[in-house]
Design a protein around this ligand. Structure first.
Ligand SMILES: Nc1ncnc2c1ncn2[C@@H]1O[C@H](COP(=O)(O)OP(=O)(O)O)[C@@H](O)[C@H]1O
Ligand SMILES: [Mg+2]
Length: 389
């Protein structure tokens, strides 16, 4: 498919992965008249709202052949979709947005850091590879205290250990079963932010207003748009995100997590080659959502404006909300939360609520960030969500 080829509404769009990010992509695509074909094993949030579903794994050759036969463009909603599967589809004439090479860089923290620093010229935390116990002997003392992270498959704080010194690093490396790791120096964080950036094949690149993120137990709990950070930091982060997308010749939606340090400087932490949890609120807060932007990018259509329409606060709803203080099951008070001003409810259609499982979110809008935060506090109280502020 050449860069000038467009997929008109009515066309089938392939989606690798069937989680909530895929569900919101499918909803945006359906609204614009496209038909989504999901590849995911079993029932899933995206298949429920998509026109078609291939019930198979991401590497199943017959499933990939079928995907390639039915669509000319494929996107992803999950970063650990094997890059080889995307290459397979690309070889059969599918536009893959993102391309396999971008996905593969983001799947390995060492490749990712090297790319960000050397190719894109974006600052990252001081770090070193830890591929063996011996590597730990040679680590620069200035990297401690640090965070040891597995290079692959980490998410929501999993596959990480805080290490005060070399001895702790040895223990943590052994505890991770000798998996390849990266040691990062622990930086003094003032804020955690993210920038969603979208680029299409024509080279048009747009960034969204900066998201301010608060985690709890390693999982995103709350996002505030626009981020309450110095304007200089917000501008630097958006500039870096655009440079990263351009350097990768990226097609599709990409999220970059950044740290704002106590001195106001900005360093990139990690990338997700897909829409991101922190961008859920773009549905209400921006002229074009990250999901609509993904549809526009993969179909070769012009990208939409990302201008802020309203300040918003996103609260993740985990399965924990289905348990009371004594651990008994309950139904969250939907009626109570929907009675509050500015609350938009998003549930992902998952039938089984488990602790730590992402079941949905609310986006709470307000005329100002302060009003959105006040309303979000009330919503968190009604739903029994932990209050991250
Ligand atoms: N170098 C660092 N310095 C300080 N805090 C860090 C550093 N790296 C990670 N963290 C903290 O750990 C969290 C999870 O790390 P991250 O690399 O984003 O992994 P994950 O893939 O689990 O999101 C970050 O959101 C941040 O709070
Ligand atoms: Mg992260």
């Amino acid at each position: 498919m050449t860069t000038t080829t467009r997929l008109e509404p009515g066309a089938v769009l392939g989606l690798m992965g069937g989680g909530q990010l895929g569900r919101m992509f499918a909803q945006a695509a359906a609204r614009m008249g496209y038909r989504v074909l999901v590849l995911e094993k079993g029932n899933c949030p995206a298949a429920e709202v998509s026109a078609m579903h291939i019930d198979a794994g991401y590497t199943d050759p017959a499933a990939l052949e079928s995907m390639a036969a039915q669509t000319r463009a494929v996107t992803t909603e999950f970063e650990n979709v094997p890059a080889e599967s995307l290459s397979f589809l690309a070889a059969r004439g599918c536009r893959t947005a993102p391309a396999a090479h971008a996905v593969s860089i983001a799947q390995d923290r060492l490749d990712e850091k090297a790319f960000l620093e050397k190719a894109a010229g974006v600052p990252v935390a001081p770090h070193a590879a830890v591929l063996s116990l011996e590597d730990i002997d040679g680590l620069d003392a200035s990297l401690f205290p640090g965070i040891l992270k597995t290079t692959r498959m980490g998410y929501d704080g999993k596959g990480q250990a805080q290490v005060a010194d070399r001895d702790a690093a040895r223990k943590a490396f052994a505890a991770m079963g000798g998996k390849f790791c990266i040691l990062e120096k622990r930086l003094p964080l003032a804020n955690e932010i993210s920038v969603i950036v979208c680029r299409n094949a024509a080279g048009q690149t747009v960034t969204f207003p900066v998201c301010e993120n608060h985690h709890r137990n390693g999982i995103l709990a709350q996002t505030v748009i626009p981020a309450r950070v110095p304007e200089s930091a917000a501008q630097a982060a958006r500039r870096y995100a655009a440079t990263i997308a351009e350097t990768l010749q990226y097609e599709g939606v990409l999220c970059i997590e950044f740290f704002v340090l106590e001195d106001g400087s900005v360093v990139a932490n990690e990338m997700a080659p897909r829409p991101h949890n922190s961008g859920h609120a773009t549905i209400e807060a921006c002229e074009t959502s990250q999901y609509e932007q993904q549809v526009r990018a993969m179909t070769g259509m012009p990208l939409g404006e990302t201008t802020l329409v309203t300040p918003a606060v996103m609260l993740n709803i985990l399965g924990d909300a289905w348990f009371d203080d004594e651990g008994s099951r309950r139904e969250p008070d939907w009626q109570g939360v929907l009675a509050l001003p500015g609350v938009k409810l998003h549930l992902y259609g998952k039938t089984e609520a488990r602790r730590g499982r992402k079941m949905g979110h609310v986006t709470v809008i307000g005329k100002t960030v302060e009003e959105a935060l006040e309303r979000a506090k009330a919503a968190a109280r009604v739903l029994g969500l932990p209050q991250p502020w």
